[in-house]
Design a protein around this ligand. Structure first.
Ligand SMILES: [Cu+2]
Length: 391
């Protein structure tokens, strides 16, 4: 705690220099801040809310207490809205034993990414994106990841889950070891147990390698599937932009305030499932709070029954993850953010735009999404639901 005040001061200085991020407030999120257009009542009541989803940066900015302008997703190589539903099933085939084989190619690459408008971070990545690919499989599948290190530092891939020591991806003797620049290593194991897992680099210094961007989601579906739902992967991350051992910019899926600028479309009453992962370094915990609703939570996603029911806030320590499930009862725009207010002010805040089915196409269009995104958000699971209860 000794260093808390200087660190906070330093973060504020950084953000002031960005000219864009200030404190967040409910009024701001509703588009009522100074300098912005007031939100039309009808739209706040449940239509697409174009004042928030609009690409027009003039409507955002200081008055809305978000960031000014927009990140160049094309240059980044990933759009956080599309990353939400970007399941990577690998190259699929069947082994002689009948086991499903999923093959992946991972390449460690250094890449500068834009984490807030005009703020660039020299990331270390898997496949040029942060977070890395979302591996999606079913419990019992064979996973084969050929990892090539095209960067200038030694890296590994350490998967969470159950597997032999030699596939653990750490520098410990017999654990796969460091993959040196120019070298390759193939990780292969059978995916178990089902759950919401992650993978990350395990080179030393561990916190530096993780925080630089070397992590991703590893979603293992139960053999009987889960009830149909609109599914998203959300990796809660942060960036130490001045390398002082504290984070300056916080986000979900890397870009500060992106889901506030472009609200995530949901249909009224539908089941929503979020694979939520906390990869923060330097800060001990992260939290997830949903507005105007309650959710069920499955810690680590390793059970079919919720481990917490009807809560509106959960916390995750570093590396912890779980599954969040909810439905919205009323249409409208709703915030989600950590109840660690400082993180919220520094970029980790988003909106769900809950609309009636007849307004869904418009809600998609207002944030640059289409029917293909809708389909991907509904098709995540590798296996159909074989249980009794339907969504
Ligand atoms: Cu590394």
């Amino acid at each position: 705690m000794r260093s808390f005040l200087p660190k906070l001061f330093s973060r504020r200085q950084v953000l002031r220099s960005l000219g864009g991020v200030a404190s967040v407030a409910g009024a701001a999120a509703l588009g009522l801040g100074q300098g912005s257009k007031p939100a039309p009542q009808g739209e706040a009541g449940g239509h697409s809310g174009h004042y928030m989803g609009a690409a027009d940066p003039k409507q955002m900015g200081h008055g809305n207490n978000l960031t000014v302008g927009a990140v160049d997703h094309q240059a980044n190589g990933f759009d956080p809205l599309r990353l939400l539903v970007d399941w990577d099933y690998g190259k699929v085939s069947t082994l002689p034993s009948g086991q499903t084989l999923r093959e992946y190619e991972f390449v460690a690459q250094e890449k500068e990414i834009e984490i807030a408008p005009g703020v660039f971070f020299p990331a270390w990545t898997y496949n040029g994106r942060v977070p890395g690919p979302t591996i999606r499989c079913t419990e019992g599948d064979r996973i084969r990841v050929r990892f090539t290190n095209s960067s200038s530092h030694p890296h590994t891939i350490h998967f969470h889950g159950i597997h032999p020591a030699e596939m653990d991806g750490t520098p410990l003797p017999g654990n796969g070891g460091l993959v040196q620049p120019g070298q390759s290593f193939t990780y292969e194991f059978t995916a178990e147990p089902f759950g919401c897992h992650l993978y990350h680099c395990h080179s030393l210094s561990l916190k530096r390698h993780i925080h630089k961007g070397m992590y991703g989601a590893f979603v293992v579906d139960p053999k009987g599937g889960r009830p149909p739902a609109r599914e998203f992967v959300m990796v809660m991350n942060a960036f130490d932009t001045n390398f002082d051992g504290g984070n300056e910019v916080y986000a979900v899926n890397s870009v500060a305030f992106e889901y506030a600028r472009r609200a995530i479309p949901l249909k009224l009453g539908e089941l929503v499932r979020i694979y939520l992962i906390n990869v923060l370094e330097f800060d001990l915990i992260n939290t997830f709070h949903l507005h105007a609703n309650m959710f069920d939570y499955y810690d680590h996603g390793t059970t079919l029954e919720p481990t917490l029911r009807r809560v509106d806030t959960i916390s995750q320590v570093q590396g912890q993850r779980g599954i969040v499930e909810f439905r919205y009862k009323f249409p409208g725009m709703y915030m989600f953010h950590p109840h660690v207010s400082e993180f919220t002010e520094l970029g980790w805040m988003g909106h769900f735009n809950v609309v009636r089915p007849e307004d869904f196409a418009q809600a998609l269009q207002s944030v640059g999404l289409d029917a293909a995104w809708d389909q991907k958000s509904l098709q995540g699971s590798t296996v159909p639901w074989k249980g009794g209860e339907q969504a």
